[in-house]
Design a protein around this ligand. Structure first.
Ligand SMILES: C=C(O[C@@H]1C=C(C(=O)O)C=C[C@H]1O)C(=O)O
Length: 158
């Protein structure tokens, strides 16, 4: 992986904040694509230590700069962890804007994939995922860095 991509893929702070900074004069926007209760994919349930049959809160967004998606994200929250969290009300506010305000937030190890099975209708060189935990709350955050981000920032292909 090139150092230019490593700085993005291996970062452990808020991706939202990094995108806003890198976007310069471009407007940052979270476009909500889907948000519902559903069954996680088998590998997602495994990453969360969740029985596959258990329902979870699923959220899919595109993180856009001037309406151009740079990152697609899919997050999975086990229902029993939603106790007291009103994440359904997030809408088009960034999940990160809530997550990184939690005082005792813990982020697990980052898993990285190159040329991941593309997120529906999006292609890109790298994807990553990690589990954030805060008290009884857990969320698996999966982020797909897109070719449009690579082009707009002049990043290398790998
Ligand atoms: C976890 C963060 O939140 C970002 C925003 C997301 C959302 O609004 O659904 C999902 C993944 C992240 O890229 C972050 O900013 O680091």
């Amino acid at each position: 992986m090139s150092p230019d991509w490593w700085r993005w893929v291996a970062s452990r702070d808020s991706l939202t904040a990094r995108l806003v900074a890198a976007g310069g004069q471009r407007d940052f926007r979270v476009r909500l694509l889907d948000q519902r209760l559903g069954r996680p994919h088998r590998d997602e349930a495994l990453a969360l230590g969740l029985p596959h049959t258990r329902l979870a809160w699923l959220r899919e967004v595109a993180l856009c700069l001037d309406e151009r998606p740079w990152v697609m994200a899919r997050s999975v929250v086990p229902l029993d962890g939603l106790h007291g969290q009103r994440l359904e009300g997030l809408g088009e506010r960034s999940l990160g804007s809530w997550l990184f305000r939690q005082p005792d937030l813990v982020r697990g190890p980052l898993e990285v994939a190159d040329h991941p099975a593309s997120f529906p209708a999006a292609r890109g060189p790298w994807a990553r995922r990690s589990v954030f935990r805060h008290r009884r709350f857990a969320v698996l955050v999966q982020e797909y860095f897109l070719d449009s981000m690579m082009d707009d920032l002049g990043l290398p292909s790998r």
